[in-house]
Write a protein that binds this ligand. Sequence first.
Ligand code: SAH
Length: 258
Amino acid sequence: MGEGGEVDEVGPPLCFTVLTLFPQLIAGYVGEGVLGRALTRGLARVETVDVRDFTTDRYRTVDDVPFGGGAGMVMKPEPIAAAIESVGPVDRRVLVTPDGRPFTQADAVAWSGLGSIVLVCGRYEGIDQRVRDTLIDDEISIGDYVLSGGELAALVVIDATLRLVPGVLGNAESAQHESFSDGLLEHPHFTRPAVWRDLPVPPVLLSGHHARIDAWRRRQSLRHTARVRPDLLARAPLTEAERRDLLDLTSGDEETDR
Ligand code: SAH
């Protein structure tokens, strides 16, 4: 579908509801760029719920000391539970947490086809385990590091997912050949000028020969993945010839063509 074109309507647009103590962090990011435009055009929705609105004491307390002692505070169960339940039934209730399973492009693809997803953002040491056990369907991490809050993780999930919703990206093609879509990292990109600071772009890209360009890009993609993410390569579907080419690479026959 082209820029600004009509979308074939298939049910209501995907709605993310983010439960957070800092709704403005979410609103700011999703209001700009490709996502901002998609939301304005009604291709998806991103709503926020301020967990603090579900406190009942005069200090609007959302955290408390951990049972068993130790450093840091824990998010109290009652406000989060009330916030989750205020959203009503949804397809998926997801907690973002560093001890969750890794979020991947495959999740983004799957979730882009859902109707409604709640994302719960922790702060402090995280949320009371009983909320996780009873009100959460899925727990995902965006990587092996610890953030001070779940908002960036929620934005990562929203961004990666919504750009796969039909019509969100200007060019429907561009989501198809990206890194991870075929289990590999993407090939390098070049644009004009054809020579910049004495550096020419690879001549094959100027050849107009699409089969040769595709073959070059595939090879670059394989080699780059082998160097940077050998773990991905082990799982990627490769031909016999491609496996052999990569063996040459690891045995030192590498051309310096990247
Ligand atoms: N004590 C926790 C870390 C809490 S960090 C632990 O050691 O596992 C505070 C909040 O930030 C978490 O509740 C979670 O919502 C969010 N967060 C931090 N790192 C994250 C990551 N890598 N992926 C997803 N969410 C993360």
